[in-house]
Design a protein around this ligand. Structure first.
Ligand code: FEO
Ligand code: CA
Ligand code: CA
Length: 701
């Protein structure tokens, strides 16, 4: 939820006088091309994370195990809505909701009441929303951002054109609204590409090189202006709006913070170590109170070939040809090349982008450390200090917190002060302690005798006010080799911590641990109280309470609120004490969001492999008798994960990013036509025969 209060005004595009404001799109019906079933699989692992889960766990540190620490401490139904037949009409293909779930029956309370949907089989190519709700795409891969003349056709797509179109595989999204609610700016990440689905098979080396450049241009981020007639209406995006922007692997950026200029960041292209070209594998993110957006560079290791030094190995970087082959197009992606040894060090950061200034240079903040950043979520402490929570999404990696040196200035007119807040301060990593005897943590999910997986923890300093706290590491070494520094201080190995979100109502902080099927296998660490299941396929959610409710505190309490899974077949689930038979099955929590009531919303990534259902979006009350009652709101099409939920309950609006629909398909055998199906057996005129990752808006009809 964006609560930005220092945002410049936006252009009002709601007039339709032909100035080119509104998007024009006609949607006559055409016969639907065939689509088949599939489920999320190895393709996603291969392209998204470079098979991170199929390689040995990169964290081989012998930092004190958790137990040691604990011991010492203790069918689609679709209609066309408003389809206009004439030229110049503004049309939205909208789709209505379906049948409710028999499992989690009963309309939910709050301002977005709905009857939970039934879980949807992993092979279904549809986006399903509850009865009484309608969905439509807001913007899709390939939609033009700068000119209606830019025609999207994957068969003839070029890198030069892709630079002007929305990128692929949307993940993070936020909509920063003008006060009148009629104008907004959408910021979205583009995590990775799947050329097998996007593009025809390359037949020449030249075509292959061009397709790699298309992939580069489809990575990064997009900034897109939005318009609507009034609040509580769906948005339309504005082609050619002043703030529209693409950020890609080729966009110049600067480094800020203590490691900027470090020899560890210097290359032959940048002997100063202060300027870097591009961002990649942008996963989740966060919107700051001063109106900028933070983007996490996540699985950057998959883009580089490099010598397998201990430092590179800790990040999973290998000396072998990459799947993407970008090293064949740009030598900097081969860090064996003299002069580019440090290029991989220039990725794996949090990037700050100012969507209100399309000429601004994005900034990579070294003060927030370098790891597989899922995202960064910012809050302002009562003292005015800025706190950012961050997960390192890898099995057995860590949870981090940044606290700024300087304080937030409300009303900072040009935002120059606030835009420097992430450049100086302290960086911490989390160490958890359980309060139950370790022999009661059996790995099965069975609750210990005190009835709860819970305990205390501390934020262990890695850097305090710019000074390294890790013996043997300089400050810049801590920030560039953050994983190794955190190993050295005995951080707690977690089950892939992804989004970390403070609840705006209660101040408590929620951590999505998406899964870790390697826990307790081989020589890997076994169950611990904060990660209490071995072979954790379904993930869990942890609730942190900062000491004294002070976000800058160095101590916290914690408890697990959800052990995910399908309770119908899995006895290890836990829903904060809510009856398991009365919840929607949920697996692999990834992105978290809150509505204004302080209710948690969870989007998932990986449910098909774990529980056999498509990924989705789920609502979970955290207070009162409904605490832990998971209710499914929507389901995304086959192959897709659900990302970036934004909940605007006062407007009866929900937004999600649908990433990698039809992932297991190919150019000649597509498995999804999302989102361009309009009615049973039909697709929209600009459908191309394959899927288009999209930002979707869902509203109460
Ligand atoms: Fe890109 Fe951790 O998900
Ligand atoms: Ca306990
Ligand atoms: Ca994610």
């Amino acid at each position: 939820m964006t609560t930005t209060d220092d945002r410049p005004g936006l252009t009002d595009h709601t007039d339709t006088d032909g100035r080119g404001g509104r998007r024009r799109r006609l949607l006559p019906l055409l016969p639907m091309l065939g689509h088949t079933a599939g489920k999320r699989s190895a393709v996603t692992c291969h392209l998204k994370c470079a098979d991170a889960c199929f390689h040995p766990v990169p964290n081989t540190s012998d930092n004190p195990t958790f137990r040691e620490v604990a011991d010492t401490a203790l069918s689609r139904r679709s209609v066309l809505v408003g389809l206009a037949a004439g030229a110049g009409a503004v049309s939205i293909a909208a789709h209505v909701g379906g049948a409710p779930s028999a499992v989690a029956a009963g309309t939910t309370g709050g301002r977005l009441p709905f009857q939970p949907i039934a879980p949807v089989g992993a092979a279904v190519d549809d986006l399903v929303v509850p009865g009484g709700y309608v969905w439509a795409p807001l913007v899709r891969w390939g939609d033009p951002l700068f000119s209606e003349a830019d025609r999207f056709d994957p068969a003839t797509l070029t890198a030069e054109l892709q630079e002007r179109l929305l990128g692929y595989n949307v993940d993070y999204l936020d909509i920063l609204e003008a006060p009148n609610g009629r104008s907004g700016v959408l910021v979205t990440n583009h995590e990775y590409t799947n050329e097998d689905v996007m593009l025809p098979p390359a037949t020449t080396p030249e075509q292959l090189a061009e397709q790699r450049r298309i992939g580069m241009a489809a990575h990064g981020m997009s900034v897109v202006e939005l318009t609507r007639g009034r609040k509580r209406e769906p948005w339309q995006y504005v082609v050619g709006a002043p703030l529209n922007r693409r950020i890609t692997v080729s966009t110049p950026m600067t480094f800020s913070g203590p490691a900027a200029g470090s020899p560890l960041l210097r290359t032959q292209d940048d002997p100063t170590g202060t300027v870097v070209v591009g961002t990649l594998n942008n996963c989740a993110g966060g919107t700051t109170p001063w109106g900028t957006v933070l983007s996490g560079e996540e699985n950057f290791q998959g883009y580089f070939r490099a010598p397998e030094t201990p430092e590179n190995a800790r990040y999973g970087i290998r000396d072998r040809a990459t799947t993407r082959g970008w090293e064949d197009v740009e030598p900097r992606f081969d860090a064996r090349t003299p002069g580019y040894e440090n290029e991989p060090n220039r990725f794996g950061w949090i990037v700050e982008v100012d969507p209100y200034d399309p000429t601004s240079t994005p900034v990579k903040h070294t003060m927030l450390g370098r790891f597989k950043h899922e995202g960064a979520t910012v809050r302002i402490a009562p003292s005015g200090h800025v706190v950012a929570y961050m997960g390192d999404d890898e099995r057995f990696d860590y949870l981090y917190k940044f606290v700024s040196r300087d304080t937030y200035r409300k009303g900072d007119q040009h935002r120059e002060h606030n835009k420097r807040l992430l450049s100086a301060g302290s960086l911490y990593v989390a160490r958890f302690r359980g309060d139950s005897p370790v022999e009661e943590i059996t790995g099965t999910g069975a609750l210990p005798s005190d009835g709860m997986f819970d305990g205390t923890g501390e934020w262990v300093p890695l850097v305090l006010d710019g000074v390294s706290q890790v013996p043997g590491f300089s400050t810049e070494e801590v920030l560039v080799r953050t994983r190794l520094a955190a190993d050295a201080v005995g951080a707690t190995k977690m089950d892939r911590p992804e989004d970390v979100e403070p609840n705006p109502r209660t101040g408590r902080v929620y951590v999505a641990c998406t899964n870790n099927s390697a826990r307790g296998t081989g020589t890997n660490e076994g169950a611990t109280e904060p990660n209490p299941r071995t072979r954790n396929r379904d993930g869990h959610v942890i609730e942190l309470t900062e000491a004294g409710d002070d976000p800058t505190a160095t101590a916290f309490g914690w408890q697990i609120v959800l052990l995910c899974g399908d309770p119908a077949v899995n006895g290890s689930t836990y829903f904060a004490g809510f009856p398991p038979e009365a919840v929607s099955p949920i697996s692999c929590p990834d992105n978290l969001a809150f509505d204004g009531d302080g209710t948690l919303w969870i989007s998932t990534d990986g449910a098909p492999n774990a529980i056999g259902y498509c990924d989705g979006l789920f609502k979970v009350p955290l207070e009162g008798p409904e605490r832990g009652r998971v209710q499914q709101f929507l389901s995304v099409p086959t192959g897709a994960e659900t990302c970036g939920p934004v909940i605007r309950e006062q407007q009866d609006m929900v937004y999600v990013a649908v990433q990698h629909p039809g992932e297991d398909g190919s150019w000649g055998a597509q498995q999804s036509l999302f989102p361009d199906y309009v009615a049973e057996g039909t697709v929209t005129a600009d459908a191309w025969g394959g899927p288009r990752p999209s930002v979707v808006q869902v509203w109460r009809d």
